[in-house]
Design a protein around this ligand. Structure first.
Ligand SMILES: [Zn+2]
Length: 400
């Protein structure tokens, strides 16, 4: 892969003797040097969200001497944030995250400038805001904001360092369609239906993973500004913290992408593209109440295998993403990614039981509950997903 060259005109800012001393471990790196450090001092990065990802990202960017950091965040610090949002401390509970962030970042590095955007990111201010910065770092934790960030970065022609976390797994990439790379919608064209995705509170998040993913975002941003190394553009880095595996999957620019494709359907930032009833899902599994109670909501891989080999096998539904199915799949399954389930519901057999699987068994359980709510009574999910299947049934199967 070609090293990513910064497309912005590298401008430089003069450094004082104190700054040169402060950044000396950067400056002695031949890939950075005094010139690179001066470029960082002139650079402007906008961070969306001062939470789990924005915390480590902003700390490293401030420490690295990125001259101007814009902070877009409207929330206050809450006690349960402190498990992972290391920018904030106990004394700041109840204060605005922006205030907390500014205090901490300027005490870390008084040579940088902080620009505050306490109204957060909105459809109304996104393009104007993005236009003022060289690079955007997305530390948002919800789908409407993530899609808004992606689309606004596209329309503003700015590079976007994407990061997200879910429980023990994280993802990082750099989207810059203007420079020929894919965007987030090339990977996930549409926002998932409310109820098809858990939110952070419901799903939980492993705190230290935020440190890994947010730091990687800072690292990618700095590389981009300096024009060094191989960027994650066109690649998706997947961090699996339980298995402690880092994988990079190739991402292609999708010609049918609704945003950056050949015949885009999204031509501007419109409210309806980012409306999402947040937290509509009940974690109590209320879907089961409406279902046929005689039918198990989950089965293990042994039972699934027996059933699939029987004379009357169930309909086997894979709800992972295509890039996952490209790695491995259970024979005879039909692929419908979780976010597309509501649209595909008509195509599912109503007279045949359905067995659903995903990577680890969480998405499939969610889809199982959703289908039960929609009137499919004989739906069940494979416990542990294809990972458990590979471990127990097909040890030679490729894993990810
Ligand atoms: Zn795209």
């Amino acid at each position: 892969m070609e090293p990513m060259k910064a497309t912005l005109q590298p401008t430089k800012a003069e450094l004082t003797p104190e700054e040169i001393a402060r950044y000396s471990r950067h400056i002695i790196l031949p890939q950075v040097g005094l010139e690179g450090q001066q470029q960082l001092a002139a650079a402007r990065i906008l961070l969306i969200g001062m939470g789990g990802l924005g915390s480590p990202a902003s700390l490293y960017l401030a420490a690295a001497g990125v001259g101007t950091l814009g902070l877009a965040e409207m929330d206050k610090v809450e006690e349960h944030n402190l498990q992972r949002q290391i920018l904030h401390d106990t004394t700041m509970v109840g204060k605005s995250k922006i205030e907390s962030a500014r205090t901490r970042l300027l005490s870390l590095n008084p040579h940088i400038r902080i620009e505050e955007h306490p109204q957060g990111l909105t459809i109304g201010n996104a393009l104007d805001l993005f236009g003022q910065y060289d690079l955007i770092i997305d530390g948002s934790d919800n789908f409407p904001t993530r899609y808004l960030v992606n689309d606004a970065a596209f329309f503003a022609g700015k590079p976007l360092v994407y990061g997200s976390i879910f429980q023990f797994e994280g993802q990082v990439s750099l989207f810059h369609p203007k420079a020929g790379s894919p965007c987030y919608r090339c990977l996930f064209p549409r926002m998932p239906e409310p109820g098809m995705v858990p939110n952070c509170e419901e799903a939980g998040v492993f705190g230290a993973l935020c440190g890994v993913v947010g730091s990687l975002q800072a690292l990618e941003g700095l590389k981009y500004l300096l024009g060094i190394g191989q960027s994650l553009t066109g690649r998706l880095l997947v961090v699996e913290s339980l298995a402690m595996r880092f994988r990079t999957l190739r991402l292609n620019k999708e010609p049918d992408c609704p945003l950056c494709g050949k015949a885009p359907s999204i031509l501007s930032l419109k409210k309806e593209n980012y409306s999402f009833a947040c937290c509509p899902d009940s974690p109590d599994g209320s879907g089961e109440k409406k279902s046929d109670t005689g039918f198990p909501i989950e089965i293990d891989v042994d039972e699934a295998a027996r059933w699939l080999e029987s004379e009357n096998p169930p309909y086997l539904l894979d709800v992972r993403e295509p890039y996952e199915a490209a790695v491995c799949k259970i024979k005879g399954s039909s692929l419908v990614p979780m976010k597309d389930i509501p649209e595909a519901i008509e195509t599912f057999p109503s007279d045949r039981p359905i067995v659903v699987y995903c990577h680890h068994g969480q998405r499939s359980l969610r889809v199982t509950r959703f289908l039960r709510e929609k009137g499919f009574t004989k739906v069940t999910s494979i416990i542990g997903g294809i990972q458990a299947w590979a471990d127990n049934k097909e040890p030679e199967m490729a894993r990810y």
